[in-house]
Write a protein that binds this ligand. Sequence first.
Ligand SMILES: *[C@@H]1O[C@H](CO)[C@@H](O)[C@H](O)[C@H]1NC(C)=O
Ligand SMILES: *[C@@H]1O[C@H](CO)[C@@H](O)[C@H](O)[C@H]1NC(C)=O
Ligand SMILES: *[C@@H]1O[C@H](CO)[C@@H](O)[C@H](O)[C@H]1NC(C)=O
Ligand SMILES: *[C@@H]1O[C@H](CO)[C@@H](O)[C@H](O)[C@H]1NC(C)=O
Ligand SMILES: *[C@@H]1O[C@H](CO)[C@@H](O)[C@H](O)[C@H]1NC(C)=O
Ligand SMILES: *[C@@H]1O[C@H](CO)[C@@H](O)[C@H](O)[C@H]1NC(C)=O
Ligand SMILES: *[C@@H]1O[C@H](CO)[C@@H](O)[C@H](O)[C@H]1NC(C)=O
Ligand SMILES: *[C@@H]1O[C@H](CO)[C@@H](O)[C@H](O)[C@H]1NC(C)=O
Ligand SMILES: *[C@@H]1O[C@H](CO)[C@@H](O)[C@H](O)[C@H]1NC(C)=O
Length: 893
Amino acid sequence: MKLQYALLALFGGALAQDAPHLSHGLDAVADVEPSMVPGAYIVEFEDNEDAGSFYGDLRSQNMEAEPRLDLTYSLFKGCSFQLKNTSDVDVAAQRISEMPKIRKMWPVRIHEIPKDELIWAGNAEAARSSLRKRQEPGNDTFSPHVMTQVDKLRAEGFTGAGIRIGVVDSGVDYNHPALGGCFGEGCLISYGTDLVGDEYNGGNTPVPDPDPLESCGSHGTHVAGIIAAQENELGFTGAAPGVTLGMYRVFGCNGGASDDVLIAAFNRAFEDGSDIITASIGSASGWSESPWAVLAQRIVEAGVPVTIAAGNGGSAGLFYSSTAADGKEVTAVASVDNTETPIILSGATFRAGNGSAESFGWQDGFPSYGNVSLPLWAVSNNTEVEDDACNALPDDTPDLANYMVLIRETWTSCSLFEQAQNLAAKGARYIMVYSSVPDVPIPLNVQSVPEIISIGMVTSEQGAEWVNLLNEGKRVTVDMTEYFRAPAFLDFIPSTARGGLLSEFTSWGPTWEVDLKPQVAAPGGNILSTYPLNLGGYAVESGTSMSCPLTAAAYALVAEARGTLDPSTLERLFSSTASPKVWAEGSRDRLAPVAQQGAGLIQAYDAAYATTILSVASISFNDTDNFVPSANFTIENLGSEEVTYELDHRQAVTMYTFKEGELYPASYPNPIADAYAALEFSESKVTVPAGGSKEITVIPTPPSGLDEKLLPVYSGYITVNGTSGELLSIPYLGVVGSMYAAPSVLDPDWVFVSNWSDFMLPKLVENTVFTIPYPTDPTGEPQINATYPASVIQLNVGTALLRCDLVPHNDSANATAGDVSKVPPIGSIARFPVEFTSRRYFITAFTGMLADGSVAPEGRYSFRVRALKIFGDAAKEEDYEAVETVPFEIVYT
Ligand SMILES: *[C@@H]1O[C@H](CO)[C@@H](O)[C@H](O)[C@H]1NC(C)=O
Ligand SMILES: *[C@@H]1O[C@H](CO)[C@@H](O)[C@H](O)[C@H]1NC(C)=O
Ligand SMILES: *[C@@H]1O[C@H](CO)[C@@H](O)[C@H](O)[C@H]1NC(C)=O
Ligand SMILES: *[C@@H]1O[C@H](CO)[C@@H](O)[C@H](O)[C@H]1NC(C)=O
Ligand SMILES: *[C@@H]1O[C@H](CO)[C@@H](O)[C@H](O)[C@H]1NC(C)=O
Ligand SMILES: *[C@@H]1O[C@H](CO)[C@@H](O)[C@H](O)[C@H]1NC(C)=O
Ligand SMILES: *[C@@H]1O[C@H](CO)[C@@H](O)[C@H](O)[C@H]1NC(C)=O
Ligand SMILES: *[C@@H]1O[C@H](CO)[C@@H](O)[C@H](O)[C@H]1NC(C)=O
Ligand SMILES: *[C@@H]1O[C@H](CO)[C@@H](O)[C@H](O)[C@H]1NC(C)=O
């Protein structure tokens, strides 16, 4: 019965949300930090208690509360409410948390809609009328499916039929033909609800209605298509188009989704019989104790797998996992980049010989193309030519005036200007350039050559196709339409940079308590899916929001193939069969850390047919203080023949959390260390009879010679190589050094008193006098035009409890900045304490209001800031770090 965390202040909205730390500048783009709904709380009742008697008690104690949500579910019995009596919100909250009816109480936090990157969205008209596919119908060749072996399960006829996936998101445009075109019984989107309504922003009262239509956003429609899009004009499908989808809308048209709404949505999805629940939502946390993460864990324990996006905070480096993905037993999904980047070009047609018209894609240039129909003429018949049209064309060149002249791009031999001049000398007016590398065609400009009327560009593949047709002696005629009337054309180009490797944006684990996160990875970078019809119908987006639903769909296929939905079985199968990827930075000869990719890229076919089952999905050896000196797992052979397994392990890159001389964790890519753990097995080779199992003990030796203060995180994969042909692995991870002694929870240079209204946040000298209005708002909400003292606090690592107390200074009680005086504080300032927070900063105006609703008398004070160390005991003074600021004085106007 403890207040889980109190209000935390956000200063300057966007600024606080974009940058998790101050001392290294404000340019880091990290995942979103959660904000709070002032005065709003979630309570969980003890058994046999309910909201009716709870609100009755509040009334009888003169505490006015407006109910937010009734949270009466089989896995969670409680409610959320907004305290109305504004004279003593924090006192009231404290009193409520201590009521015997209340098992637990949490303030309501808001999670913003994920910032996924929109790469492309269809032009509304064109997309609907004439986007076309390049592939013929038949096998699933969609690269995210090929990468994850979903194509192989689909080839065997698995579609997830009969499985219900509950999606918690921003709603879905079920009118989209590729999403079934309807909502309700018998439709693809057959169940779900809108828990919030359009006007909801996270902070105000949700207004539910039964219709989960995505009326203003786009996120949920993209997510739903990744799972279950039906055959469509772009020639792709979702990974499990046979499933039934439920949509639980938790975002209004603006703002985020609050914890209580997410808890309600997860409970509803569970109680409506979802077999799998997925959410591409989260905020930086690193603690599994948030109410939403706790509920997600309960759902998994009740038998329903939960997949949640790992987060898009990759740039923030290690220890940046997000809630509720960091819930225990929740499958947190990381992202790898697609091996093929979908690109959208203008569409036109060509005809070779007497053949029928075929579509192709092109990028218009300057000057642009109009409506023309022209025969193609290539300067060179060699598709590898390096200096195409770099010299004057031969004398026997025909008059090029009525041809579309095809040339290969060259950036080294001569300029486009020279090429165009050489062509113009032979009368050319229309040019089409093809790329020399597999890359996106770009708008070319030849306006400096007045003879040229039009120029465009096509892919290297398209150029080669044409040259080869011409070489076969065929006449090729191209029919162009002005680009603004041209339909869109979808093409795919190989992703050479990071295709198949971990996406830069994917958030890193582990949690502060060294729980292994994320669990697995799936394609999330450059993913084509459905989009609301009024926004174009289709879009390409990047984020763990995209890899998460693909994983949920793969769970459905494997569940269908194996006939089990047991979350632990599925997690272990996906983990053991996943394919670990190499580290995308540097020489690419070592595996990427487990803290970035978990078990690796999921392999659905192998998961569906594995006959060897490992008893654990992953192993955390914890930190040095809590080192796990040995771990056990069993190998179970479900096959019909005896199998001999060889045990070994593969090292992944060891990575430092901190840079030398810095106290805030390093941003991606972190400094790496050339030292690895050694693992010893009780047996290096075991033979397991058909239907039998065998226990293995692993003895780890963490890497030596590392700088423990920089908290190196080592990891790798135990490999289990069976004579059955199965090659399985178990990801492991550990920390060298002490999480408890992490260099500094509180940044010594960034805990100070400043002037709240000064954007530069100067560090103030002793005894600055602030003349401020007498406080009336119990939440500590400052008046915008007043000059308050501000407490500036930067956390270098997460903390389970952060306090900011007010210490009086008078003649009998002096304190020096930096040291902590012996003087007892008079109380916590309003908006503190804060529980279970990620590394981030807080800039909080002190209005004179204390957390207990009383007002500090005029006088001299300092802030005493205390943060509980990781694995510390909240009851032990020595388990806190503390910093006391210089004194300042407050006078009321
Ligand atoms: C607010 O709370 C105080 C103290 O609990 C009580 O005296 C007062 O009547 C309450 N006011 C309202 C409007 O509920
Ligand atoms: C589909 O894939 C199978 C196996 O890879 C192959 O034999 C078959 O020819 C393919 N069919 C089409 C239409 O591409
Ligand atoms: C293509 O068309 C030409 C002229 O109309 C005709 O002579 C030729 O036989 C046709 N070729 C084929 C393969 O149909
Ligand atoms: C390409 O052109 C060269 C000369 O310009 C000629 O020798 C060669 O046979 C041609 N190749 C084809 C495939 O047409
Ligand atoms: C690491 O050890 C601490 C202290 O015993 C424990 O609270 C925590 O859960 C452990 N972490 C893991 C992943 O087991
Ligand atoms: C592992 O198994 C061995 C043998 O059964 C046992 O002695 C040991 O206690 C087990 N270790 C753990 C960490 O469970
Ligand atoms: C697995 O074992 C087989 C022999 O059974 C061996 O040929 C193969 O190279 C091993 N694979 C790996 C990755 O160690
Ligand atoms: C500050 O704003 C409040 C209302 O928000 C107003 O009453 C007060 O006069 C203002 N003070 C100054 C100094 O502008
Ligand atoms: C506090 O500081 C003042 C001025 O620096 C000094 O006169 C006084 O003796 C100090 N009091 C204590 C208790 O140290």
